[in-house]
Design a protein around this ligand. Structure first.
Ligand SMILES: [Zn+2]
Length: 407
C-alpha cells in the first residue's frame, strides 16, 4: 500500500544528459510508434509511452468512473491518435492534451478499479529519448476508493476557483460586461469531425465575436480561455464572477445523434431538461469534464444548492428574456435556427446564480449543413452579428425594466 501511494504522489525530476542539452527545445514530443496501451496477462494493463526526452511526471487514480491520470511537463502530442494508442479491452477511453499552461495530461478511463503495480521512466543515455512504462493490476473497489484522489500540488493543479462574489453594481450607462466561454479546450476536444475539433472552432468564433462586440458600443468582453487549455466548468463560472459579468455566454458546436440536431439553439439552465437530447447534451459535457481528469468527489452540497436555486429564481426571467433576444437576433441575421431554438437542461456551466447565463450551440458538428456553415467566416460573421443585436436589444429592454425591479 504505502509503496503504491509513494509511487502515486512522487514527482520524478529527470536530468537530461548534458551532451544533448543544447538540442532540446524543452517540449517533449510523443513518439506514437513507441506508445501503446495494451492488455497484459489475464487481467493487467500495460502502458508504454515513448518521449523525445525525460520529463517530470506524476500519476494517480480518480474514482467515479475509475480513471488513471498521468500528468507530464508539457508534451507535444502531435501524431498520437487516441484510437491507435488504446488497444486494451480494459481501458474504455484514452484522452490527452494540454491541461494548465506548461503541463499536459493523459486520462485513461478504466473498465474496473486497478492500481499501479510498477511505473518507470527509462532514459536512453545515447539518444536522450525516454520511455515510460506503467503496469496496472486489478484492485478491489474498496481499496481503490480509499486511495483515489488528486494529490494537491500547486505546480500541477488548476488554480482554486476564486471566492464567489456578487457582480459589481453598475449604472445603466456602464458597458455590459459579456463573458464569452468557448467550450472545451486542451485535453477536452469536445466534438470532433475529421481534423476539426469543437474546441478550436469555438475559440476562433469567440475571438471573432469579441472583436465585433468591442467594435460596437457599450460592451466589455472577457474570454474564459484565450488559448487551447483546459478550464474546468466550475472555474468558467468563477471567472464570470471575477469579471463582474453582466451576461455569461457559453459557445458550443457539439455533435448530437439524438433528435434533429441542426441549427442554432440557445439553452438555459433547468433541473428538468426540455427534451431527451438536451439532457444528453448536458450529461455529456459533465462526462467530458470527468474524462479530463477532474476530481468531483464531494462537490455536491445540497444546502448550497437550495440557496443557489432561490437566487436563480430571481435571475430566471432576465435569463429567459436574454435567450429570446439571442434567438431573435440570430434568426434575423439568417440562422439557420433549430426547429425548437430555445431549450433547457442542467448544464453545470450555467449555474451562476445571479448572472443571466446561456449556452449557445451555434450549430452542430454532426449536421453536414452546420459543419459547412461553421467553417465559413461569412456565416460566422452573420451569427456573431445576430448575437450582438440580441445582446443590444436585451440590454435596452432589461434596463427599462430595472427601475421597476428595484422598487
Ligand atoms: Zn460542446
Amino acid at each position: 500500500m504505502s509503496r503504491i501511494l509513494a509511487l502515486c504522489i512522487a514527482l520524478w525530476a529527470v536530468a537530461v544528459p548534458p551532451v544533448w542539452a543544447q538540442e532540446f527545445s524543452g517540449l517533449a514530443r510523443i513518439d506514437a510508434d513507441d506508445s501503446s496501451v495494451t492488455d497484459a496477462g489475464r487481467e493487467d494493463v500495460q502502458i508504454d509511452l515513448g518521449l523525445s526526452q525525460g520529463i517530470p511526471y506524476r500519476l494517480f487514480m480518480l474514482d467515479g468512473p475509475p480513471r488513471l491520470v498521468l500528468d507530464f511537463q508539457e508534451v507535444d502530442w502531435t501524431g498520437l491518435q487516441a484510437d491507435d494508442l488504446d488497444r486494451s479491452e480494459r481501458v474504455l477511453q484514452a484522452q490527452f492534451g494540454a491541461y494548465v499552461p506548461g503541463w499536459s495530461r493523459m486520462v485513461l478511463e478504466l473498465v474496473a478499479p486497478m492500481k499501479v503495480e510498477t511505473a518507470a521512466l527509462d532514459i536512453d543515455e545515447v539518444t536522450g529519448g525516454a520511455h515510460l512504462s506503467v503496469s496496472l493490476v486489478p484492485e478491489t473497489p474498496e481499496l481503490f476508493a480509499a486511495n483515489a484522489g488528486a494529490p494537491y500540488d500547486p505546480r500541477w493543479d488548476l488554480p482554486e476557483p476564486a471566492l464567489i462574489k456578487r457582480p459589481v453594481a453598475r449604472g445603466d450607462e456602464a458597458p455590459l460586461v459579456v463573458v464569452l466561454d468557448p467550450g472545451h479546450g486542451g485535453i477536452d476536444p469536445g466534438a470532433e469531425q475529421g481534423e476539426i475539433a469543437e474546441k478550436d472552432m469555438m475559440l476562433t468564433f469567440a475571438r471573432e465575436l469579441r472583436e465585433l462586440l468591442l467594435r460596437s458600443d457599450g460592451f466589455e468582453v472577457v474570454l474564459t480561455r484565450d488559448t487551447d487549455n483546459f478550464v474546468s466548468l466550475e472555474r468558467r463560472v468563477s471567472l464570470a464572477y471575477q469579471a463582474g459579468a453582466g451576461v455569461f455566454i457559453s459557445i458550443h458546436a457539439d455533435s448530437l445523434s439524438e433528435g434533429l440536431a441542426h441549427g442554432a439553439t440557445v439553452y438555459v439552465l433547468s433541473r428538468d431538461a426540455s427534451d431527451v437530447a438536451s439532457a444528453k447534451l448536458a450529461e455529456r459535457h459533465d462526462r467530458e469534464e470527468l474524462l479530463s481528469g477532474m476530481d468531483l468527489s464531494g462537490t455536491d452540497d445540497e444546502v448550497t444548492g437550495v440557496l443557489l436555486d432561490l437566487a436563480r429564481q430571481e435571475t430566471q426571467p432576465r435569463t429567459e428574456a436574454l435567450a429570446k433576444a439571442l434567438v431573435g437576433g440570430m434568426t434575423n441575421t439568417g440562422g439557420p435556427m433549430n426547429r425548437r431554438p430555445m431549450r433547457s437542461a442542467a448544464f453545470s456551466v450555467l449555474k451562476a446564480a445571479d448572472i443571466p447565463s446561456v449556452l449557445i450551440e451555434i450549430g452542430f458538428l454532426s449536421s453536414p449543413r452546420d459543419f459547412k456553415n461553421l467553417q465559413n467566416p461569412e456565416w460566422r460573421a452573420a451569427i456573431a452579428q445576430g448575437i450582438r443585436n440580441g445582446l443590444q436589444n436585451w440590454r435596452e429592454a432589461d434596463a427599462a425594466k430595472r427601475p421597476l425591479i428595484r422598487q
